[in-house]
Design a protein around this ligand. Structure first.
Ligand SMILES: Nc1nc2c(c(=O)[nH]1)N(C=O)[C@@H](CNc1ccc(C(=O)N[C@@H](CCC(=O)O)C(=O)O)cc1)CN2
Ligand SMILES: Nc1nc2c(ncn2[C@@H]2O[C@H](COP(=O)(O)OP(=O)(O)OP(=O)(O)O)[C@@H](O)[C@H]2O)c(=O)[nH]1
Ligand SMILES: [Mg+2]
Length: 441
């Protein structure tokens, strides 16, 4: 069983010996530029530039000068005492003027001081983790927040960042430990028959497994929300698929011609619909053909369309109608020209396009509304693994198997929960996350 100790670099109480600094705002022109320092020499290093003492925890307006007395910038300085900062370490922030030259001059003067070095990407957040100010789940939320481009992504990331997952996992863990304690009691007091414990163990395991399964499903959807939903446009050659894609894109992204079989490969186009990232797929028209290249295009189109979250089918009056499931939107093609039954669309005139966009957004947001939190594929995997082990324990308990067997399955479930919140096996995950952070975060 994991002993609960944190991996080497995240153990508390051994503060890194060095002080790091980095610009916290993007390089280039801006009104204000922020330079952050964290570590035992953070305040002292800024005091050297400010030419005198700074409050231990507060703010001050100072002229910053280099070693020769040359004035570099006028800056607002924020200081955070050790234990009362984002990283948990002594921290200072220089809020100076946002010109590249002023920032370069301050960074230069800091870099010439002893015991200071430029931070690696994500190193501030890493130190916050090392000092217990953030946990893995919240760091993942922070990472997603930093990368959020759409409103839906921001909302989800914020939920994780605020610790929703950590709280949920702690609750699962407690109930799982209850079940584990019951199996231990059965093992320890094997002579005294305690058969009433088995139904209770099975009930607990089944309950937690059900919740984990539901969250894992949500996490998989959340991953789609981050990566983007795929919406495929399908239909016979010359139906007007590429014309519709171009209309939706507002530009000539795909080739259009009156030659059937114009689109041969899958064309992908990213856009944002109602705050949701969507990748539109224009596919090759589906028909029987002797042209081997076109046939390959058709096979690809079929595979991608089958895997897509939604399919928009363009149908011709005399053509076959596709089987309609919850992920299918069927529209009459070239409605400006061809009459017929049902809702129609025309990529040429724009008729029905607004209604289609609304319908796509409606169907996709109905799914994302079901999400508990903005989680990743990694979370989904850990939760599914935990659920599977719990289902095993549940079945063993129901079958009246030896409690040792259920106990072993419970240990595996606990390990999966530990991985979920980063109690174990975090190095790889953290390495990957921090690499994506920018310098100064
Ligand atoms: N200028 C600036 N803006 C920023 C940050 C920052 O570090 N600096 N942040 C960085 O991500 C975010 C805000 N998050 C923060 C979280 C905690 C603390 C902090 O120092 N907390 C202390 C209390 C400080 C006080 O009240 O004076 C603490 O919790 O003990 C600062 C920022 C976004 N905006
Ligand atoms: N009147 C009318 N013509 C259209 C419409 N959509 C497409 N067309 C015309 O139909 C022809 C085929 O259009 P495409 O968009 O290339 O059709 P496609 O479905 O992408 O065809 P493939 O890539 O060959 O499968 C072109 O000449 C278009 O101008 C429409 O809504 N109304
Ligand atoms: Mg086409």
């Amino acid at each position: 069983m994991p002993d609960g100790t944190a991996p080497e670099e995240v153990r508390r109480g051994d503060p890194p010996a060095d002080t790091i600094f980095a610009p916290a705002t993007p390089p280039g022109r801006s009104g204000i530029a922020v330079i952050r320092l964290s570590g035992p020499r953070a305040r002292e290093a800024v005091e050297a530039l400010a030419g005198g003492p700074l409050p231990v925890h507060g703010r001050a307006l100072r002229i910053l000068r280099d070693e020769t007395g040359e004035p570099l910038d006028e800056a607002l300085i924020l200081t955070f005492a050790e234990g009362r900062s984002f990283t948990g370490e002594e921290t200072a922030e220089i809020q100076g003027h946002g010109s590249p030259a002023a920032v370069a001059a301050i960074l230069g003067a800091l870099g010439r001081q002893r015991g200071l070095r430029l931070a690696a990407p994500g190193e501030f957040a890493q130190r916050a983790l090392a000092h217990g100010r953030l946990d893995l789940a919240r760091i993942e939320g922070l990472s997603a927040l930093l990368e959020a481009e759409t409103e839906a992504q921001r909302r989800q990331a914020m939920r994780v960042f605020q610790g929703a997952l950590g709280k949920r996992a702690e609750d699962w863990r407690e109930r799982l430990l209850q079940a584990a304690a019951l199996t231990e009691a059965m093992i320890d007091f094997a002579e005294e028959d305690i058969p009433e414990a088995l139904p209770e163990i099975a009930r607990l395991c089944g309950e937690i497994a059900g919740e984990l399964e539901a969250e894992a499903r949500g996490a998989r959807l959340a991953e789609r929300l981050r990566e983007g939903f795929e919406v495929a446009i399908v239909g016979p050659p010359n139906a007007g698929k590429s014309t519709l894609l171009n209309r939706l894109a507002g530009r000539e992204a795909a080739l259009v011609s009156d030659v059937a079989g114009t689109t041969r490969d899958v064309i992908e186009l990213r856009m944002v619909l109602d705050g949701m990232p969507v990748t539109l797929l224009d596919t090759a028209g589906l028909r029987e053909t002797a042209d081997s290249v076109e046939r390959m295009g058709g096979e690809r189109a079929r595979a991608r369309a089958a895997a897509a979250d939604l399919r928009v089918h363009l149908v011709l009056p005399d053509g076959p109608r596709p089987a309609e499931g919850p992920d299918d939107i069927v529209l009459r093609a070239q409605a400006d020209r061809l009459a017929g039954e049902g809702p129609g669309i025309s990529g040429l005139t724009g008729e029905g396009v607004e209604a289609l966009v609304a319908e796509i957004a409606r169907r996709l947001s109905a799914r994302t509304a079901a999400l508990g939190a903005g989680l990743t594929a990694r979370h989904a995997h850990a939760m599914a693994e935990g659920a599977a082990a719990l289902r095993e324990a549940e079945a063993l308990a129901r079958a009246g198997a030896a409690p040792e067997l259920a106990g072993e399955a419970l240990r595996r479930a606990l390990a999966a929960l530990d991985a979920l919140v980063g109690r174990v096996g975090t190095e790889d995950i953290l390495g990957a996350i921090f690499q994506r952070f920018c310098i100064g975060k």
